[in-house]
Design a protein around this ligand. Structure first.
Ligand code: CA
Length: 225
């Protein structure tokens, strides 16, 4: 899940970013409204967290502009405490939800999960291939009915493959979906996570297999036995 946070308070952006990355989101941060709007327009994000008061362009205007351009990405707006007019206006400009500052991190992440469940149009809630099922909003992965414990990144890699079952998914697409734009490491990091996933799937006796597609990346084969 790629998330864009448009927030000019550096320390808040940093601590939220750390927390959300630990939960497996790929998080990009924009510190002003114009950069935020530009990035959001790329259509690369599954979720937007939008502060209201921003240099350049405020959250209302960003939200209005995105909706006018028919971007349907779910938007959570951060408003001021007791700002009931702000909250009403946030919804009027097309935000899906709002949260008043200061907010609890637990509530923020629960709201984000709820937005993901409601989902951008057409995104299936549960992904499955053979005996393997994952529920991205609940961060749950099962083989038959046994839960598989995955790290946040392992989950992200598997989700990326399950979204395109039986297709060769380039390593660069996986990197793009699971690691944030600030990642400057080696693309072969993906191999490390695929190796770990294969071990876990094997141990669970899963029929679904991750195959290597030489020169491209990986393919999730529903039943390679
Ligand atoms: Ca602000």
């Amino acid at each position: 899940m790629r998330l864009l946070m448009v927030e000019d308070e550096e320390s808040l952006a940093r601590s939220l970013g750390q927390g959300l990355r630990a939960e497996g989101y790929a998080v990009d941060v924009a510190a002003d409204g114009l950069t935020g709007l530009d990035l959001a327009r790329s259509g690369r994000y599954d979720l937007l967290v939008l502060d209201l008061m921003l240099p350049g362009l405020n959250g209302f205007r960003i939200c209005r502009q995105l909706r006018a351009e028919e971007h349907s990405v779910p938007i959570l707006m951060l408003t001021a405490k007791n700002g009931e007019y702000d909250e009403a206006e946030a919804l009027d400009c097309g935000a899906d939800d709002f949260l008043a500052k200061p907010f609890s991190y637990v509530v923020l992440t629960a709201r984000l999960r709820a937005l993901l469940r409601r989902g951008a149009a057409g995104r299936p809630a549960v992904l499955a291939a053979a005996d393997l099922r994952i529920d991205p909003a609940a961060r749950r992965c099962t083989v038959d009915d046994t839960e598989l414990r995955l790290t946040a990144k392992e989950f992200g890699v598997l989700e990326c493959l399950l979204r395109r079952p039986d297709q060769a998914v380039p390593k660069s697409d996986i990197l793009d979906a699971v690691w944030d734009s600030a990642f400057r490491g080696d693309i072969n990091i993906v191999e490390v996570y695929v190796a770990a996933l294969r071990r876990k799937l094997d141990r669970a006796g899963a029929h679904a297999r991750i195959e290597t597609v030489r020169g491209i990346g990986y393919r999730l084969a529903p039943d390679a036995r």
